[in-house]
Design a protein around this ligand. Sequence first.
Ligand SMILES: [Zn+2]
Ligand SMILES: [Zn+2]
Length: 161
Amino acid sequence: MPAPEAWRLRFWRYVQKSESCWLWIGSKNEHGYGQLSISNRPAKAHRLSWELHQGPIPDGKCVLHRCDNPACVNPEHLFLGTQADNVLDCRQKGRQKGPPIRTHCSRGHALSGENLYVSPRGHRSCRMCRMQWMAAHQEERREYLRAYGALRRQKEKRHAA
Ligand SMILES: [Zn+2]
Ligand SMILES: [Zn+2]
């Protein structure tokens, strides 16, 4: 990592401040986010802005825009969120192609708050249905064990001995 000052100085060369958004006039990626090359790797300008004004970005956190302007680097317009928030945010704003985000599961439970389960791969599912599915699965397992009850009892005896 180069000394922070190395990019700090370059950063301001590409910022055009306005009353509201601070526009990044340097290079942008395909999604319209400003980027600055640091050690030959593109770094997102709005993330650099966050680090510049607010400090380090905690692990696993994303810097998101309140103003829906990916080229904006105004720290006042930025906030921290999770990757799941980011995907949700992008889809809601129509910036990312993909199936429309579901607000309810197929059984009508709200996919939000406590009931929203986001898998490590970003798949959103219903916690209530998930639990019901697991309970049903457990029931299946119990059936299986009941069918082989005699065998199980033998095993238990062996374990106890
Ligand atoms: Zn803005
Ligand atoms: Zn559900």
